[in-house]
Design a protein around this ligand. Structure first.
Ligand code: HXC
Length: 260
């Protein structure tokens, strides 16, 4: 049972995970991280699942970080292990077969920001506040923020955020490329679902290829990345959806993709 999350299918194939610890501003404790991991696996096992959205309950926070109360008295060994529980969940999101979109409402700090950055992209409410305030607590990030933030916003801006620990608002986050869009808070979920519907109309395997290729661009030489693109482009011609997509174009109708 998912006691720390709500899981709902908002539209056919469009699934929403809502972190549900609003009284603690959806702070990420071990239980939340483990349930989040299981929830992603569960949703992926729904054959019709096409897009995953992740948000926070309440109007104050996406997630205000890893749970400080739970971490406070950990020893080095326990802290390292806790970090790896979170890392595993973040990596599971990143490597999901589904496009994953973070819908960031309110505070998105520390581990919360790291969670958002493990999604393919971030849509923000106008009340969003992003930051990596770990240094104000005497620690560096522990769920991958030091690696994913520079990949999103470049090393200079990442260093500024990590070293000052200061929060940036939605508009600033948009300017530095941390989030892609800013919507009025009351519209965030609806606009996120609209974008998910647009994505879900496209061929699932092609979406997965795009996701993997974008990720590869951060870590590989352009030669290797382009070789991977050629390989996946070729592979996609063994799918029914490629035939359907190109046939539909020539027949001047909308393609009906099945994922096959
Ligand atoms: C545990 C948290 C929490 C957190 C908030 N709460 N953030 N509990 N862990 N990260 C709890 C508060 O204790 C409080 O509980 C309730 O949520 C409401 O928070 P308030 O502080 O009263 O609200 P407000 O005054 O509006 O301030 C909001 C805030 C502040 C600015 C977001 O809560 C804050 O600074 N939180 C910590 C942010 C942070 O440093 N995050 C990074 C964590 S380190 P009660 O019971 O008193 O009502 C991290 C490392 C990741 O994420 C890697 C780990 C391996």
């Amino acid at each position: 049972a998912f006691t720390q999350l709500f899981i709902t299918e908002q539209q056919p194939g469009i699934w929403l995970i809502t972190l549900n610890r609003p009284k603690a501003l959806n702070a990420l404790n071990r239980q939340v991280l483990e349930q989040l991991h299981s929830a992603i696996v569960w949703i992926e096992n729904q054959p019709d699942a096409r897009v995953l959205l992740i948000t926070g309950s309440g109007d104050k926070a996406f997630a205000a970080g890893a749970d400080i109360a739970e971490m406070k008295d950990m020893n080095a060994q326990q802290a390292r292990e806790f970090s790896q529980v979170g890392m595993t969940t973040m990596h599971r999101i990143e490597s999901s077969r589904l496009p994953v979109i973070a819908l960031v409402n309110g505070f998105c700090l520390g581990g919360g920001c790291e969670l958002a950055m493990s999604c393919d992209f971030i849509l923000a409410a106008d009340n969003a506040l992003f930051g990596q305030p770990e240094v104000t607590l005497g620690v560096p990030p522990g769920f991958g923020g030091s690696q994913r933030l520079p990949r999103r916003v470049g090393p200079g801006m990442a260093a500024q955020l990590l070293l000052t620990g200061e929060k940036v608002n939605a508009e600033q986050a948009l300017n530095i490329g941390l989030c892609n869009q800013v919507y009025p808070a009351q519209q965030l979920q609806e606009r996120g679902i609209d974008m998910a519907i647009t994505i879900a109309k496209n061929a699932p395997q092609a979406l997965y290829h795009c996701k993997r290729l974008v990720q590869a661009s951060a870590d590989q030489s352009i030669e290797n990345g382009c070789r991977m693109e050629s390989d996946l482009f070729g592979l996609s011609f063994a799918t029914e959806d490629q035939t359907e997509g190109m046939t539909a174009f020539t027949e001047r109708r909308k393609a009906q993709f099945t994922g096959a």
